[in-house]
Design a protein around this ligand. Structure first.
Ligand SMILES: [Zn+2]
Length: 54
């Protein structure tokens, strides 16, 4: 779980939209992508982005 204040400061590196905490990853609903969270640290790197298909 990412602290909400921290989450508010972070944005999608592609579109700058706010991200949604999905526990295991952060979601950008604009880009339909996820950023993995490992050891409570979101991995905000282009090469770690995965696409969400649903
Ligand atoms: Zn985005």
């Amino acid at each position: 779980m990412i602290d909400k204040d921290v989450l508010d400061l972070m944005g999608c590196i592609r579109c700058k939209s706010k991200l949604i905490d999905k526990e295991k990853y952060l979601e950008c609903s604009q880009c339909n992508i996820g950023y993995p969270i490992e050891e409570d640290i979101p991995r905000m790197l282009e090469e770690r982005i995965f696409s969400l298909n649903d």
